[in-house]
Write a protein that binds this ligand. Structure first.
Ligand code: BDP
Length: 713
């Protein structure tokens, strides 16, 4: 006994002494400080019983064995018989009958992957029960209990059950096979294809743990700008090795499929979806995949978009293309996620295109096809109205796509907590089936009773030690998973959970939460206030370039989006302009149609208004624009102060890292403000109000900055 105690003490000291490099993210399992709560946990959990022995239950056991002794700083042995303080983690079917009858009522209410946490008495012993219909539910329950302990909540009278609202909760990796990550700001891809399938990096297992801990249950391994090589027999073995590693954690593997693969690796002369040889090729490919990966999830496809091949090259529709792949996967239960991210340089307004191309196809997709729709009509901007396609295809299950990697939100250097962005979109009412037709209700299938339900987040993960580059990028991965499981959770609660698990439960929590909660609005203010959008540098999308008008396509140019001229600024999308607003339901149109009533935050999305336009604040548009840009810069400075105030609670390494990043963010916020206002001031011929900080450089200076090696491009 003495020896074990000593060993634990030693381990605890080593744990504390080891520098926190962020690798463990929200699963740090730091020792709970001595307190009555710690005493309670120690009384409450004295031993572990797991009935059953599947790979998933072994993962659950391992997690408990790692986490509990570390947090409780006392040995928590595996035991065979019930005693006071037994923690039981097992699927309902494996429980002894006495326990089964205690839990059966609640478990029946769960879906196949939900979990139940219950404090109860059995055979006169006080126990904690984690149970579910299936092993994966048990693993989710284990993570839920560990989250409670990490966030130092009472676990005395647990009676809590939870099932995910959305069935498929997916990460989309934009990882190329050479490990370059498109729009990646956290190093290269974690998938080391070269050493697969023989070498299984510990990172793959930890990746699975992190994802399972927040309920992510699917991952698309490769970039939507796909390389057909991943579908060759040699590479499928590598994919199978990843699938085998992730499977115990309930995570299914999917691939981005290149539509022209039958030509590129199948040596056919066409990829025409109605051609018999092409159909046979995909069927054979699906068969091969399922022999290696029996639970393969399916394909994600970007077709006829930004130069990717697709069915339109053969005068076929998106539905023809999607159905081709869907038919090949159907015998095995696989699905196709067909992306609606399409736009044509000839279109009058890029905003309108996905809707125009896809709504006529509603009803023509086979039953295992989902259409994947970006959250906004343009492209993952700091703020967008919800995509009008969401709600406009009632016969087709739609799957909203968010972007966790911060392509347009400060990339690798800006602290931006994106949960408020996700929530803003999920809570938006599309009115597509009357009031309360929220995007969330479309995603979870409740609005139109779709059985296939999913949500996707473009991953922000790379091989940097802390996974996401910016330490606060972890919060976006975390929040996405938590909201995918339960979109009714608040950003505050999710943020608080993340902070406490990541930085410990201490007096810094409220300050960090306040930094996070304001951060997205702050970014919108210093980048694209009042409904401006897509005014970042061409191609790499780093930094401001509202003057830019030389792209190969007009709809890649900022001037296309802000339309500033001597009269005013903004994109008229009302009936008098491009008419994009008419793609929404009348109730939504009403919100935005009148430039005097439209919320400031969407004003320039829908209206071209004069520089003198009177804003809700009483200021003119020009004054308001200056005011907002300034507010953004001040917001970053405020975050810097807040961070400095909590220095004593944060470990040195992390404190220093975030301080430096915030300093960079401040410089870049100033740059955004000064470059944009300098430029807009030459167009409006109005001066930046006296008393406001004035740009340090001339407009020409900002215009000549260029970034040939900006990351992720
Ligand atoms: C844009 C990115 C581009 C992606 C594209 C997509 O700039 O790299 O390939 O989206 O989603 O945001 O397909």
């Amino acid at each position: 006994m003495k020896k074990t105690k000593l060993l634990i003490l030693f381990l605890v000291c080593v744990h504390a002494a080891l520098a926190e490099d962020g690798y463990k993210m929200w699963l740090r399992y730091a020792p709970i400080p001595t307190s009555t709560l710690l005493q309670q946990y120690r009384r409450q959990i004295t031993g572990i019983i797991i009935y059953g022995n599947s790979p998933t239950l072994r993962a659950a056991r391992e997690e408990l064995n790692t986490a509990l002794p570390a947090m409780l700083q006392s040995p928590i042995p595996e035991i065979k018989t019930l005693r006071n303080g037994a923690l039981i983690a097992s699927p309902l079917s494996s429980l002894p009958s006495a326990l089964k009858s205690i839990a059966i009522k609640e478990v029946q209410q769960l879906d196949s992957t939900g979990y139940l946490l219950l404090s109860t008495t059995a055979n006169g012993k006080q126990i904690t029960l984690i149970t579910a219909k299936d092993d994966i539910g048990v693993l989710y329950g284990v993570f839920a209990l560990l989250r409670k302990i990490q966030t130092q909540q009472n676990i005395l009278q647990l009676k809590e059950w939870s099932s995910p609202k959305i069935k498929l909760r997916l990460l989309n990796h934009w990882d190329n096979l050479n490990r370059y990550v498109e729009r990646g700001y956290a190093g290269i891809s974690i998938w080391n294809w070269h050493t697969l399938p023989s070498y299984i990096d510990q990172r793959y297992i930890d990746y699975a743990r992190f994802n399972a801990s927040i309920g992510i249950n699917g991952t698309v391994l490769n970039n939507v700008n796909a390389n057909a090589t991943v579908l060759t027999s040699e590479w499928l073995l590598k994919v199978a090795a990843i699938a085998n590693t992730l499977r115990p954690y309930g995570i299914k593997v999917f691939l981005s499929a290149r539509f022209s693969a039958p030509i590129e690796i199948g040596h056919l002369s066409t990829a025409d979806p109605l051609n018999d040889s092409v159909r046979a090729w995909w069927q054979q490919k699906a068969k091969e995949i399922y022999q290696l990966i029996p639970d393969f999830g399916g394909f994600l496809v970007k077709a006829n978009s930004e130069g990717q091949p697709g069915p339109q090259s053969y005068h076929r529709t998106h539905a023809d293309g999607a159905n081709l792949l869907a038919d090949a996967l159907a015998p095995y239960g696989g699905i196709v996620m067909w992306r609606a991210f399409v736009y044509d340089p000839k279109a009058t307004d890029r905003f309108k295109q996905a809707y125009e191309e896809f709504t006529p196809l509603d009803g023509s997709f086979h039953s295992n096809v989902m259409v994947q729709v970006k959250n906004g009509p343009i492209d993952f901007q700091p703020r967008e109205p919800f995509s009008p396609l969401l709600g406009a295809m009632p016969k087709t299950p739609l799957l909203p796509e968010f972007q966790l990697t911060q392509e347009y939100l400060g990339q690798g250097t800006h602290l931006v907590y994106m949960s408020p962005l996700f929530r803003e979109v999920l809570q938006s009412d599309t009115y597509s089936n009357g009031p309360h037709s929220t995007v969330a209700a479309i995603a979870d299938g409740s609005l139109l009773h779709h059985q296939l339900t999913a949500i996707a987040g473009v991953s922000n993960i790379g091989n940097e030690r802390n996974w996401t580059g910016h330490p606060f990028g972890q919060a976006n991965w975390y929040a996405f998973g938590r909201l995918a499981w339960d979109h009714s959770l608040s950003s505050e609660n999710i943020g608080k959970e993340w902070i406490q698990q990541t930085f410990g439960c201490n007096q810094a929590t409220d300050t960090i939460l306040s930094m996070m909660m304001g951060s997205r609005e702050t970014l919108v203010n210093y980048m694209t206030p009042l409904g401006l959008h897509h005014i970042m540098g061409n191609g790499h999308h780093y930094g401001p370039a509202p003057w830019s008008n030389h792209a190969p396509r007009a709809d890649w140019d900022p001037v296309y989006y802000h339309r500033a001229d001597s009269n005013g600024i903004g994109f008229d999308r009302t009936a008098t302009g491009s008419g994009a607003l008419l793609q929404y339901q009348p109730a939504v149109q009403q919100l935005y149609a009148d430039s005097n009533k439209c919320e400031d935050k969407f004003l320039l999305w829908f209206h071209h208004v004069s520089w003198q336009h009177r804003m809700h604040s009483g200021r003119t548009l020009w004054q308001e624009l200056c005011f907002k840009y300034n507010e953004g810069v001040m917001g970053v400075r405020h975050m810097q102060q807040q961070w400095n105030n909590i220095k004593q609670y944060i470990n040195q390494e992390q404190f220093h890292q975030v301080s430096q990043l915030l300093a960079l963010q401040e410089q870049e916020a100033v740059w955004w403000r000064d470059a944009c206002l300098s430029y807009f001031s030459t167009i409006s011929r109005l001066a930046i109000p006296v008393g406001m900080e004035q740009p340090a450089h001339s407009l020409q200076y900002y215009q000549q900055l260029h970034f040939p090696y900006a990351p992720g491009n």
